[in-house]
Design a protein around this ligand. Sequence first.
Ligand SMILES: Cc1cc2nc3c(=O)[nH]c(=O)nc-3n(C[C@H](O)[C@H](O)[C@H](O)COP(=O)(O)O)c2cc1C
Length: 382
Amino acid sequence: MALKFDTRYPSIDDLRAKAQDKIPKFAFEYLDGGCNEDVNLHRNTSELRDVQLKPNYLRPYQSSSLKTKLFGIEYDAPFGIAPVGLQGLMWPNAPEILAKAAHKHNIPFVLSTVTTTSIERASELTEGKSWFQLYHPTENKLRDDIINRAAAAECPVLVILCDVPTFGFRPRDIRNGLAMPPKMSIQNILQVLGKPHWALQTLKNGQPNFETLKPYMPKGLDLKQLGKFMDQTFSGRLNEEKIKPIRDMWKGKLVLKGVASEYDTEEAIRLGLDGIIVSNHGGRQLDAGESTIKPLYKIAEKYGDKIEVMMDSGIRSGPDVARAMASGAKFTFMGRSFMYGVSALANRGGDHTISLLKTELQQVMDQLCCHTTSDFPYHLVK
Ligand SMILES: Cc1cc2nc3c(=O)[nH]c(=O)nc-3n(C[C@H](O)[C@H](O)[C@H](O)COP(=O)(O)O)c2cc1C
């Protein structure tokens, strides 16, 4: 097995540990935490890992391919980079680093509305291949303007969110006074001083901004005003009334992210969406919710031929990707895994993490004698 990554970090756990070492506590805790007591955060991975796969060793087998078709596009692996907000807070230029790595490896990069690079820049770095995730604006004019920008940037897929009707209750972020730009309390300043490499890089690259939203933000907002601007500009609660005009406007593929029930899947089908991401936001919204692997299996079995069913939340390895796909996901996404990679290894982090996951997944396929990524369900132990 040729290992095309830095062998000092052969697992996402290694990258997580290195990231914790390199970035200030308030930034790490924002990335790493779930919500409330972090029950769902841990359940996502532990219940996913209860899924078992069965090999067929004597099956005639030459080789396998990670290539996976989604929405008519052939990707080099069945996983993509999930939208993550405030990425530049964890590491300067994190979204640019990840967009470039995704483009190099031909996997999807999904840009969040509230991250620190713009729709146009992400599109330029990926030659029009990056997807865009829209937080729902309160004003129709702003919604239309952002959607038109995503269309002009040739984003093939627009992702809308149903799992943020409220802000998640995250005790660590509350304790840290998390804000954008970071609030420089004595406590946070001490944390920054303890991470000189992060501090130097952040100083060199300048304060991260919400680049996609910059044209709409009044200049010189202080922290309080910024929070108010965000509250007034976006209303997270999605409904039919909000989805319909987007479906009418958006000519590309439209995906609903945050689905965790059969009810919402049926609504997505009825409203003409092309795909759903079964997701609980990485356990950041409803601590009492199910792990995503549970509804995934039922949803994929019942609706998998009516809508593209994808999945995220809790995936931390190649075997985890295989488990999700065996349980019915056509494609998978990861948020934290890639951000641990970039926070740990800076410019090399995106490439490293993708290469590591590809190597692990290839090993699983060779071990199972699984030829294509669509064959994973045959290997599921039921
Ligand atoms: C720090 C952080 C910020 C996130 N910000 C967004 C966001 O702006 N938009 C969005 O759709 N999802 C966001 N998510 C959720 C991810 O897109 C994805 O659903 C989640 O990370 C998957 O779980 P995983 O981290 O266990 O892979 C965020 C997740 C994290 C960890």
